[in-house]
Design a protein around this ligand. Structure first.
Ligand code: RP5
Length: 166
């Protein structure tokens, strides 16, 4: 057996076996769910989705990016999401809640939309509910109830479970 096959050949200061272990641990920490939201003010509600996923042992990442204030960031994040290993995107936004729909426009991944209420909401948050729900055919967003980020976490977990089984 060669030195390489035995895992004893050094690459820099690490053996190949050590490098493989490093790569495996990096892959373990790779997020499967991306949780994005339009504003830092959305975080107290949206982190409930992350909590549900963590309870179920599913890794996630949280990013703040607005469809209106940071459109390029949203497009880049969503276009690269699948390649980065994400399986689902959860997107939360309030007011004219464009983020879930814009995310769905830039990725083939399933997008779970969370309509959020705020002090500026019209009709108690109905503005955001309709913005998230009323997507044109072919660009779907799976909407959960107003401020119901927990259900977004549960739905994303079910999608990850299906993906793992296929
Ligand atoms: C939306 O506007 C955000 O998703 C948030 O729900 C709402 C208010 O944002 P801030 O003014 O608090 O940044 O874009």
């Amino acid at each position: 057996m060669s030195e390489f096959e035995q895992g004893t050949q050094t690459a820099g200061t690490e053996t190949v076996a050590e490098l493989e272990a490093d790569i495996a641990s990096l892959e373990e920490g790779t997020p499967l769910v991306g949780i994005i939201m339009g504003s830092k003010s959305d975080l107290p509600v949206m982190e409930k989705a992350a909590a549900v996923l963590t309870e179920k042992g599913i890794s996630s990442e949280i990013r703040v990016m607005s469809a209106h204030r940071d459109p390029e960031t949203v497009a880049d994040y969503c276009k690269n999401a699948k390649m980065r290993g994400l399986q689902v995107i959860i997107a939360g936004a309030g007011l004219s809640a464009a983020l879930p729909g814009v995310a769905a426009a830039h990725t083939e991944l399933p997008v779970v939309g969370v309509p959020l209420s705020s002090s500026l909401s019209a009709a108690g948050g109905l503005d955001a509910i309709l913005s998230v729900l009323q997507m044109p055919p072919g660009v779907p967003v799976a909407a959960v109830g107003l401020d119901n980020a927990k259900n977004a976490g549960h739905l994303a977990a079910r999608i990850v479970d299906l993906a793992d089984r296929s």
